[in-house]
Design a protein around this ligand. Structure first.
Ligand code: IMP
Length: 173
């Protein structure tokens, strides 16, 4: 895969923001236990850093959805791949997303998990693209708001490449 990447959010800025999000979640959930749901695959690095920044007891779950394929714009259709394996009844749940673009994926996951009667259901997203939003879905913990551009790195891919970059970058055509 060819292409130049320009750095949009540095490794240092990401690390500092992840610490803040972890501190905020730890304060909000003090005395409670969390089920942290990693939305594969894009959230895997953010998730790994975030759970280590949260200082309340946690259980870890994984879910996978797809709507993108190899294109840079959403197909609009969300498909469930892997589902979580634990009951959520009476539990405090946080969905951890890499990026909320149209909002369709997050809305799908929220609806899927809400009917399992969790005590609370929040979302923590590293990135949001407010201009691209098609559905008014809630993001309780938001890392950075960016413009309507396609970004890669820190878990995010373009055609399955660039996930390993330690920063968030934009692909320069
Ligand atoms: P949504 O359903 O349109 O909100 O899209 C959510 C999913 O699309 C994210 O979890 C990402 O996997 C992918 N996505 C959206 N925007 C980008 C981007 O700029 N770069 C890489 N993946 C993206």
């Amino acid at each position: 895969m060819q292409g130049k990447i320009s750095v949009l959010i540095s490794e240092e800025k990401i690390a500092a923001r992840v610490k803040e999000l972890g501190a905020q979640i730890s304060a909000d959930y003090q005395g409670k236990e969390l089920i942290m749901v990693c939305v594969l695959r894009g959230s895997f690095l953010f998730f790994a850093d975030l759970v280590r920044a949260i200082k309340v007891p946690q259980k870890i779950e994984f879910i996978s959805c797809s709507s993108y394929g190899d294109a840079k714009s959403s197909s609009g259709e969300v498909k469930l791949g892997l589902d979580i394996s634990t009951p959520l009844d009476g539990k405090h749940v946080i969905i951890v997303e890499d990026i909320v673009d149209t909002g369709l994926t997050l809305q799908y996951i929220r609806d899927l998990l809400a009917v399992r009667h969790p005590a609370s259901l929040d979302c923590c997203a590293l990135l949001e693209k407010p201009e691209a939003r098609k559905v008014p879905v809630k993001v309780e913990y938001s890392g950075f708001k960016i413009g309507n551009e396609f970004v890669v790195g820190y878990g995010l891919d373009y055609a399955h490449y660039f996930r390993e970059l330690p920063y968030i970058g934009a692909v320069v055509d």
